[in-house]
Design a protein around this ligand. Structure first.
Ligand SMILES: Cc1cc2nc3c(=O)[nH]c(=O)nc-3n(C[C@H](O)[C@H](O)[C@H](O)COP(=O)(O)OP(=O)(O)OC[C@H]3O[C@@H](n4cnc5c(N)ncnc54)[C@H](O)[C@@H]3O)c2cc1C
Length: 498
């Protein structure tokens, strides 16, 4: 089997691989899929080398911040797809849904004590790095964390990039060397090491998810101690839905993407971010699908100096998609990988903090509480529509997401409050929340990856300003507003200066 590139494998402790263990464990925590998955490929390789079966543990905790019906249902739908895929491959799969906070404690250790080695996902955000570090300290066998996050391995981006331009230029130099290293489409092909028998007592304490849980049944969700005020989203989670979304994007939306991505009524963005966030699809699969659609090969790459277009030698519309998928997405991963203070106001660039602090005491024409924002109860119909879309569906149109963030900055007492409110709203409602790009997207609103913009204004200082009035004039969004306005809170009124 093809080897996973070493630069993607981090040995997280100095414990041995125990050849006399009963199985190799893949502890799936971020790349939640059975196909094109470097960590799964690594675990399958070890299992084959050691002549031992493979066990996949996919856990879903309930005590983490923002755990809700919405996030749980999406992950559970993914588990149902994974259960089908692992059963078809003959691989043992334990989807564990924690019934009460802390009930899952001890499961990984109990499995680790029987394992030859444990492989997990290296994910640079939320509570996952702390959880993996804690496991590395207590597991009695080797723990490897495998980075399947981006086309560029995290360890290759060896510094923080302050601007997208600098990162793009770096990518154009560094990425070609990694474009030949894609994960195997089916890392379990030919798997013949059989199933894993786990002790009854262990399965009694930590049994696999029930059929009702895997179906994200309302009663099963209601029984869990999670936030039930954030309802299940209309979007279905899982690798099958992710694949269908990707296919639909490539065949029907991509041709319009470059020109119309920002237009709310055009609705031509990929909608892939929830699936990328939960690992129901991997960036390599998205890129491979795009390359196939474009009839593209690596020989088409041209030398450029950081330009947004013309580097890969794809169509213009495909290159504009790649700029989001690679430059902007992986810039966010680079940031949270390099800096653990990504949630803090203090982590903003100095010029941004300085100008925001200078204007922190400026009078605000409108001020809202978290509850008012959450319920779309502001004076601005455009903002309310965007928030309603987010609250009801778990996604928000990409251009309006920028405007949405800017207005929260404008309508809260202090910039640090704005950051906290945006993190709360984004991560509570958005299916792609709690991602590196949640934090870099929100801090972009406050100046990260941007530059000072004249004229200096109240509240914003020289932070880039956006207005709902201009947005309505500039973009096609009648249908969008008709769909999302008036469902809650703020009545449409004059757009005013905001
Ligand atoms: C205030 C604010 C909050 C945000 N929060 C999140 C978040 O929680 N999770 C998240 O994934 N993105 C976030 N973004 C970035 C961006 O809005 C979303 O990635 C994008 O709208 C997702 O829609 P799509 O999948 O249809 O994107 P497409 O336009 O189809 O792009 C393809 C992929 O590229 C990546 N991408 C696109 N735009 C950006 C961007 N501006 N920055 C980084 N990556 C990008 C995403 O992975 C996306 O799925 C945020 C942006 C802002 C301004």
């Amino acid at each position: 089997m093809a080897a996973v590139p070493e630069v993607r494998i981090h040995t997280a402790n100095d414990r041995p691989v125990r050849a006399d263990g009963s199985f190799v464990l893949y502890w799936m925590i971020a790349q939640r899929r059975a196909k094109a998955n470097f960590a799964l490929q690594r675990a399958a390789t070890l299992a084959r080398e050691l002549g031992r079966p493979l066990l996949v543990l996919e856990g879903l905790r309930c005590g983490y911040r923002w755990a809700s019906d919405r996030h749980h249902a999406f992950v559970l739908q993914g588990m149902a797809d994974n259960a089908a895929d692992f059963t078809a491959a003959g691989v043992s799969y334990l989807p564990y849904v924690e019934p009460t906070p802390g009930a899952g404690k001890g499961l990984l250790q109990a499995l680790g004590e029987r394992a030859c080695a444990v492989v997990t996902d290296d994910y640079p955000c939320f509570f996952l790095p702390r959880m993996v570090a804690a496991a590395a300290r207590t597991l009695p066998v080797r723990l490897e964390a495998v980075d399947g996050n981006g086309l560029l391995p995290l360890r290759v981006g060896d510094k923080v990039f302050g601007r997208a331009f600098d990162f793009r230029r770096f990518l154009q130099k560094a990425l070609p060397a990694h474009l030949g290293d894609f994960p195997l489409g089916d890392p379990l092909r030919g798997y013949d090491q059989g199933p894993v028998e786990l002790p009854r007592a262990l399965l009694k304490q930590w049994h696999g998810a029930s059929p009702a849980q895997l179906a994200a049944d309302p009663k099963a969700l209601a029984a869990l101690p999670i936030d039930h005020t954030v309802p299940v989203a209309p979007l279905r989670g899982g690798a099958a839905a992710a694949g269908a979304t990707l296919r639909q994007f490539l065949t029907t939306r991509l041709p319009r993407y470059g020109e119309e991505r920002s237009e709310p009524d055009a609705d031509c963005a990929s909608g892939l971010s929830p699936y990328l966030h939960y690992g129901h699809v991997g960036v390599h699969q998205v890129f491979a699908g795009l390359a196939k659609q474009e009839g593209w090969t690596r020989e088409r790459i041209k030398a450029t100096q950081g330009g947004q277009r013309g580097w890969l030698g794809m169509s213009e519309t495909a290159e504009s998609f790649v700029d989001e998928l690679l430059t902007w997405r992986e810039l966010g991963f680079n940031y949270t990988w390099q800096r653990s203070d990504y949630e803090d106001f203090e982590s903003l660039p100095d010029w941004a903090k300085k100008t925001l602090e200078k204007h922190a005491a400026d009078p605000r024409e409108h001020l809202y509480t978290l509850e008012q924002f959450a319920a779309s109860k502001t004076h601005d119909p455009v903002w309310n529509a965007a928030q309603t879309q987010l609250r009801e569906t778990g996604v928000m149109q990409n251009y309006l997401r920028m405007l949405w963030g800017k207005k929260v900055l404008e309508w809260t007492p202090k910039p640090a409050d704005a950051m906290a409110i945006l993190i709360e709203l984004n991560n509570r409602y958005a299916l792609d929340g709690r991602d590196p790009n949640s934090y870099t997207g929100i801090s972009w609103v406050l100046g990260r990856y941007d530059r000072p913009w004249a004229p200096e204004r109240e509240v914003y200082g020289v932070i880039r300003y956006m207005s709902s009035g201009n947005t309505v004039k500039k973009l096609r969004m009648k249908q969008y507003l008709a769909r999302w306005s008036g469902a809650a809170g703020g009545q449409p009124s004059l757009f005013g200066p905001g």
